[in-house]
Each structure stands twice: as structure tokens, then as C-alpha cells.
Design a binder for this molecule. Structure first.
Ligand SMILES: Cc1cc2nc3c(=O)[nH]c(=O)nc-3n(C[C@H](O)[C@H](O)[C@H](O)COP(=O)(O)OP(=O)(O)OC[C@H]3O[C@@H](n4cnc5c(N)ncnc54)[C@H](O)[C@@H]3O)c2cc1C
Length: 374
């Protein structure tokens, strides 16, 4: 088949790599002049790696990633609140976002990628789909994958009623070198009234961090926030947090408001399929956005290989719509619990979190590993 992939992000490139391997004629259209991820780091869990099985891409990811085997939540006074032990015999990785993109892109033939191609609209039917670009000639395909992220133009064409929802918090992110974390295989979050701070180890004594603060959408009070403001705000948080902010350069801090999508009923619209954030953007609280985008690509390609065309799209929809809706809802709920600022509510929340056995947190993530691959 002749397939257009719109967006050379994590989902689009994974789909392109696997589809071209299957012998499809694939063209990836990216609006930016080059394939580039915004800094910082990302987690890719065993739910992705086990679905890739022995594929070389899994080996490439393992080479570039740091293994993480536990996730801990602590109070802003470093009291442990809960621990999630990641499944035994599973591999959960953290990578620099750019490394992740570079590894995936290395499996896509260069000649399949068309940068500087901004898609403005599609004409979608039951048999063909025509992709229209800004300033370039339109082209017709058998299939179009909308992998163009949370503000997807493709979704706007096929499911215009679906809107993004602001979640009430804004996130700062950065990456630091030469850090001495207490445990190199443990990701930590510190929850307090001033905000939530996450510190995640990467290979070679690097780490990425994020800080999540309750705020109005596009809050002007926070638009100028830089390293000194974050240091002042979090100077009473544990040493780890102070160390990370000390090591952060004055520039290079990313800042984004957090949105998700109300779960869609379908990702398949005639000859157009939505994948990744375009289909099911979620808050980052479960660290699953990129992983779910990659899973979409893997499941879609498996389905196309194992079933006839119509059945494969039906099957893809059946597997992915329900599963990703659960991720969106659970992640949103974690965000609500984590972002409390009222001291009394925080005291009660922390008491409950401490009282729950660690197996509770571990159970909450189990469904991630159980989703079907085809
Ligand atoms: C603060 C934060 C932390 C996160 N942490 C994690 C984490 O730890 N683990 C995890 O799994 N996920 C995480 N995520 C989520 C993750 O980044 C996304 O889910 C993931 O990048 C989605 O990949 P995608 O390929 O669907 O979309 P994107 O990565 O957004 O890629 C879309 C691509 O499409 C291109 N594009 C857009 N419009 C057009 C157009 N009209 N024409 C052509 N090209 C277009 C864009 O330029 C881009 O290259 C985090 C997100 C945030 C905001």
C-alpha cells in the first residue's frame, strides 16, 4: 500500500519504520525543517519493548536507555509515600528524547522522510485519501496515518468535535549532567504544596527533571519563570531537588501547559487512522504518552500483517481505543491527586498513601503490560 504518515514524532517514525519493513511504500511528512525533539528525557516501558520482541529497534532502545526498576513518591520533606516496583523480568528504560527519536529514525529510510511538508488538510474517503500541503502539490494515498501530535490537523479533519482539555497545571522540564543520585535506577517524585518535582536518572550520570505547578492556562505570572524562580520556590525541598536545580543551566528549561483529550470512540475514519497524541494525548503522570504512541504503531502493523485490511483496522480500533482511554483517565486522576495544594488535604492524602501497601501502586500499573499486540 501507499501510505502517508503525517508527523515525524515518536509515533509517526515508529509506524514508518515498521511499515516500510513490511514492504509498504511509505512517505513521512514533517512540517519542521528537521526532525528534532524538544530536550529533556522520556520513559519507555516494557509494554513497548515486549511488543517489539526481538526486533532490532528494541535492541537499539536498550543500548541507548538507562534501566529503571522502581518509582518512588515522597513528600516535600522526603518522607516515602509510595513505591511502585516495576514488574520483575521487565525492562523499563529512560532516554534522552533526542536519543529516542534518533534511534527510531535510524530504522526509517532517509528517502521516506519529507521535512518542510506542512499538511493543511486531507480529503478522506472509503478508498483513498488525498493529503494537501502548504505550498506543495497534493498527493493521494491508500492510507493516511495522522501522527501529528496533540494539536493534530488530521484529527481536526476527521473528528472536529474533539477538543484538548487544560488540566490546571503547567510543567517545566530540563536535563542535567554529572549528577550523583542516591540510586541510579530509581525515578523519584516529591509532592508538596508548592508543586511536584520529578527526577529521573539517565545513562552516564545524567538526569532529567520536571516540575509541575498549578496555574491558570497560559498563566502570565509563570511565563517568565526561570532557574532562579524555581530555585527560590523549591529551596525547602530535599537535597536531590536542590542539586538538580543547581546543575541546571540558566537556559534550556522547557515550559508547557498540560492538556489531554477526551477519549475518542474511534481512531479509524475511512482511510485515515489517528495514532499517538493525535488520537489519545494524555497527561504525563503515567509517563505513557510516547509508549502508547509506539504501541499504536506496533499493533497497527501487526494487525495489517495478520488480518485482511478491513478486519485489521477493526481489530486495531478494538485493542487501542479502550486501552488508551484507560491510560488517559488514570493519568488524569493521578494528576488531580498529586497536584493538591491545600495543606489539610495534602496531610490526609499523604496519610492514605503511606497506609496503602506498595502492592497497591504496582497493581495500578499492571494493565499497561497486558494490552494485546494484535
Ligand atoms: C512534560 C511532558 C513529559 C512527558 N513525559 C513522557 C514520558 O516520560 N514518557 C512518555 O511515554 N511520554 C511522555 N510525554 C508524552 C510524549 O512526549 C508524547 O506523548 C509523545 O511525544 C507523542 O508522540 P507523537 O508522535 O504522537 O506526537 P509528537 O511527538 O507531538 O509528534 C508530532 C509530530 O508531528 C509534526 N506535525 C504537527 N503538525 C503537523 C502538520 N500539520 N504537518 C506535518 N507535520 C506536523 C510535529 O512537528 C511533530 O514532529 C510527556 C509529555 C510532556 C508534555
Amino acid at each position: 500500500m501507499k501510505i502517508a504518515v503525517v508527523g515525524a514524532g515518536i509515533g509517526g517514525l515508529t509506524a514508518a519504520a515498521l511499515l516500510s519493513e513490511e514492504g509498504h511504500e511509505v512517505k513521512v511528512f514533517e512540517k519542521e525543517p528537521e526532525i528534532k525533539e524538544l530536550g529533556s528525557g522520556i520513559g519507555i516501558g516494557d509494554n513497548v519493548l515486549s511488543k517489539l520482541g526481538n526486533h532490532d529497534l528494541a535492541k537499539g532502545l536498550k543500548n541507548a536507555g538507562q534501566v529503571v526498576n522502581r518509582m518512588q513518591i515522597l513528600s516535600d520533606q522526603a518522607q516515602p509515600l509510595s513505591t511502585v516496583e516495576l514488574k520483575k523480568n521487565s525492562v523499563n528504560l529512560t532516554l534522552k528524547r533526542q536519543s529516542l527519536i534518533d534511534v527510531i529514525a535510524s530504522y526509517v529510510p532517509d528517502s521516506d522522510i519529507y521535512t518542510g511538508h506542512k499538511v493543511v488538510k486531507i480529503d478522506n474517503s472509503d478508498m483513498k485519501v488525498t493529503v494537501h500541503f502548504q505550498g506543495q502539490e497534493s498527493e493521494t494515498f491508500d492510507l493516511c496515518l495522522g501522527a501529528d501530535g496533540i494539536h493534530s490537523v488530521i484529527r481536526e479533519n476527521v473528528a472536529p468535535k474533539c477538543k484538548v482539555n487544560y488540566q490546571g497545571y503547567t510543567v517545566f522540564r530540563g536535563m542535567v549532567e554529572d549528577v550523583q543520585l542516591e540510586e541510579a535506577h530509581v525515578a523519584r517524585e516529591y509532592w508538596g504544596a508548592k508543586g511536584r518535582v520529578g527526577i529521573v536518572p539517565l545513562l552516564n550520570n545524567q538526569a532529567y527533571w520536571f516540575i509541575s505547578i498549578n496555574a491558570k492556562e497560559k498563566d502570565e505570572a509563570l511565563s517568565e519563570y526561570g532557574k532562579p524562580h524555581l530555585q527560590a520556590r523549591f529551596n525547602h525541598y530535599p537535597d536531590d531537588v536542590r542539586q538538580i536545580l543547581d546543575k541546571q543551566g540558566e537556559t534550556g528549561i522547557l515550559h508547557h501547559d498540560m492538556y489531554d483529550l477526551k477519549p475518542l470512540d474511534s481512531f479509524v475514519y475511512g482511510r485515515t487512522i489517528l495514532i499517538g497524541d493525535a488520537a489519545h494525548a494524555t497527561t504525563p503522570n503515567m509517563g505513557q504518552g510516547a509508549g502508547q504512541a509506539m504501541e499504536d504503531a506496533i499493533v497497527l502493523v501487526n494487525c495489517l500483517r495478520h488480518y485482511d485490511f478491513n478486519e485489521s483496522l477493526k481489530r486495531f480500533n478494538q485493542i487501542r481505543v479502550k486501552h488508551t482511554a484507560k491510560v488517559i483517565k488514570r493519568s488524569r486522576k493521578i494528576g488531580k491527586i498529586a497536584q493538591h495544594t491545600n495543606p489539610l488535604v495534602i496531610r490526609i492524602r499523604n496519610m492514605i498513601a503511606k497506609a496503602l501497601p506498595n502492592s497497591y501502586g504496582t497493581r495500578q500499573t499492571k494493565f499497561l503490560y497486558k494490552s494485546k499486540a494484535k
